[in-house]
Design a protein around this ligand. Structure first.
Ligand code: SF4
Length: 346
């Protein structure tokens, strides 16, 4: 067990966790909302440090990250627990598990061992994914520091609910922030994820980009009847354009029935096309349809000269026309990060 990094002690042996925006107040022997932090005698402990439920060498495009080290493999690690309880969670077996199952459900991979695994599997980076990385914050922090020393890039695949303090603690060691902006209304976040306040996700995401120069890509899973209305989609697209910039990739992905949302149909392709058009009409230069194999948006074309920069077919990626972060043919800035790009420096 590791003592938590971000918490305060309160009277009566209570504690308050400041890792994510729940900022749980936790009584002695009790757990936070995520189930992975426990108050033991007035000290807050992370219960899942180095407890890995899922590990794979994934194409970075699978995260999805399309403008970040294209064509590379990243070591993907997840644990148990989550601070959101999304009704459509695809990884609900791990995200809803409690700490009592850490023993059977996980193997131990210490940060240094994860570096070795990454090298063994020819990965150029590490991502914490599958469930919310902030729920094993101490592990991701120690690992991210080591990744820097080992010349590996680092990625959070996140719901964006970490606190600004958590972001600022790991910010010097994190390269990419692949964030879900799941919808754009209080009602939606409350209904889908049981989260009453969500707008700080926007502030923290903006901070990841502006303060820490992280590469940011946004995903919105379009769920029929829940967030497929023009208002929410336009609000998301406009927010990305205004606060993150028109070169920020937006992935609008197809929903498939899962978990507590088996009663809804898969997202119709027309709806994905509709969301795609909303993004382009808002001025976003890179909108990608996700979970739609063979869609015309799968590859990256330069918005200025129309030439092909990166060809993608599923997770097969061919770089056709990139020079650092720019179009090789006309020099337009495309917001790519790769080993040689100056944009990637901190
Ligand atoms: S990380 Fe867990 S314990 Fe800490 S504030 Fe978030 S939900 Fe609560």
């Amino acid at each position: 067990m590791h003592e938590a990094v971000l918490y305060e002690k309160l009277p009566g042996s209570r504690v308050r966790c400041h890792t994510c925006q729940w900022r749980c107040r936790i009584n002695p022997d009790k757990f936070g909302v995520c189930g992975m932090y426990q108050n033991k005698g007035g000290t807050l402990f992370s219960l899942n440090y180095a407890r890995v439920s899922s590990v794979a060498a994934d194409p970075i495009e699978k995260k999805p990250l399309f403008h970040f080290y294209p064509g590379t493999l990243c070591l993907s690690l997840g644990t148990l627990g989550c601070n959101f309880h999304c009704k459509h969670c695809q990884n609900w077996e791990i995200s809803t598990a409690d700490s009592g199952t850490l023993g059977q459900g996980c193997r131990e991979i210490q940060p240094r061992a994860s570096m070795e695994l990454a090298k063994q599997y020819h990965c150029q980076g590490i991502s914490w994914t599958y469930n919310e990385p902030a729920v094993w914050f101490e592990y991701t922090l120690d690992s991210a520091k080591l990744a820097r020393e080992n010349n590996l890039y680092t990625v959070y695949v996140t719901n964006g609910y970490a606190t600004p303090e958590a972001l600022d603690t790991i910010g010097p060691y994190l390269d990419a922030w692949r964030v879900d902006i799941k919808g754009f209304s209080d009602e939606f976040y409350k209904t889908l994820a049981k989260v009453p306040r969500w707008r700080e996700i926007l502030e923290v995401t903006k901070r990841a980009k502006t303060k820490w120069n992280m590469h940011v890509e946004v995903v919105t899973n379009i769920i029929p009847t829940m967030n497929d209305d023009a208002q929410q989609l336009e609000d998301i697209a406009n927010w990305i354009r205004d606060e993150l910039g028109e070169l920020t990739p937006w992935h609008v992905t197809r929903f498939y029935p899962h978990h507590h949302m088996m009663h809804l149909p898969s997202t119709p392709l027309d709806t994905i096309e509709y969301a795609y058009k909303i993004g382009r009409n808002a001025g976003l230069k890179f909108v990608y349809a996700g979970n739609v194999p063979g869609h015309q948006s799968e590859s990256t074309r330069c918005y200025a000269c129309g030439k092909l920069n990166v060809q993608r077919l599923g997770y097969q990626t061919e770089i056709e026309g990139l020079e650092d972060s720019k179009c090789k043919f006309c020099g337009a800035e495309l917001n790519f990060r790769s080993p040689g790009s100056k944009e990637g420096e901190k």
